[in-house]
Design a binder for this molecule. Sequence first.
Ligand code: HEC
Ligand code: HEC
Length: 351
Amino acid sequence: MPRKPRAAWIGFALLVLSASACVSSAPSAERGRDLFARDFTPAEGLGPLYNATSCVGCHAAPSVGGTGAHGLATVVRVGKLSGDGAFDPMLGHGGPVARAHSVAELGVNCTLNPGVPAGANLTSVRNAPALYGDGRIDAIPDSVILAGAQSPRPDGIQGRPNLLPDGQVGRFGWKGDTSTLRQFVGEAFRNELGITNPIAPADLVPAGACGGDMGTPEADASIVADVVAYLDNLPAPEPSSADPALFTSLGCDSCHVARLGEVPLYSDLLLHDMGRALDDGVVQGSATGHDWRTAPLWGLGQRARYLHDGRAQSLEAAILAHAGEAEPAVQRFRALSADERAALIAFLGTL
Ligand code: HEC
Ligand code: HEC
């Protein structure tokens, strides 16, 4: 029975303990930085299935906490769509994200198959966003996001909050289905590294398959709290005060609102129907296939790939892929002269 060696596991527990000096101490951004950049091993809880051995494996460019190298680090979300149109994220059967690797590659005896699980008939590529400013997004009150959903917009645009079953307002992830940074970080440790923790306590792979880590979380809550503290401390993008007249006249600001409360993120954090070409069929919270959270545009000048799957290699391509509720804005973009387009792209680069 391939179990994770107990001595090594205790070693990890000690490591976490000694790293935190005292379990009940306040979250430490410094420890969070180390944990974010740390390459975990199976003895430390990695796996049995995982996508990378560290957070920085996908969030590294142009500095720790950013996007993947060259702007691209993708994960495949999976699901099963049944005849009646119901969407199943396949939790416990290899979902909600496919894991590219198994600890078998690292010499641990494990027979679980990495990759897209059998039975999935839907996949959606997702690119890793930069995490700069996520702490400020976390602090925006629900009421501020909800107020945006009420205010009338031109072009028949109607943003909808991703309201979660617990009544909270989603804001993180490309479909905005996660309400707090803490929740996302806890799930990232489980979904991407296979490290279970009090927020995401089960590996969501078939029970008992490789190692007996189903019941007890492999890491304690401090690992999540410290990484959240680290992300809170990452400097947020600071959009310049370039003239937004063109951006506004095209109606881009109907969704990419310059400020939400105090935060200059260029998003309403609401869901919009973006049309057929961007529809991935995946349901997450109240977002359906064609619904996406308005991507925050702050920090755009530091990104090399755009849109949820990283398909766009230029800002023009990203804009031209907008449809659905954004169709009128894109029509106006198409009608711009070459000089005006260049001016808009230059403006976006300053955000
Ligand atoms: C294999 C690549 C990969 C690894 C490793 C990874 N991430 Fe991510 N991260 C992603 C992708 C892809 C998304 C977007 C997911 C989505 O919305 O579908 C994301 C999104 C996020 C977000 C939400 C950002 C936002 O503004 O909406 C946070 C926070 C985050 N990751 C933190 C982490 C932490 C912490 C770790 C380490 C425990 C980690 N990630 C490891 C790929 C990765
Ligand atoms: C109806 C709402 C809406 C309007 C109007 C709109 N956008 Fe967007 N925008 C979105 C959404 C939603 C996304 C994310 C789509 C995805 O990833 O599939 C996005 C993504 C983007 C991105 C890619 C960001 C990234 O990091 O990947 C850019 C650039 C962008 N928009 C610029 C613009 C510009 C410029 C305009 C005006 C011509 C505009 N948008 C109008 C909703 C809108």
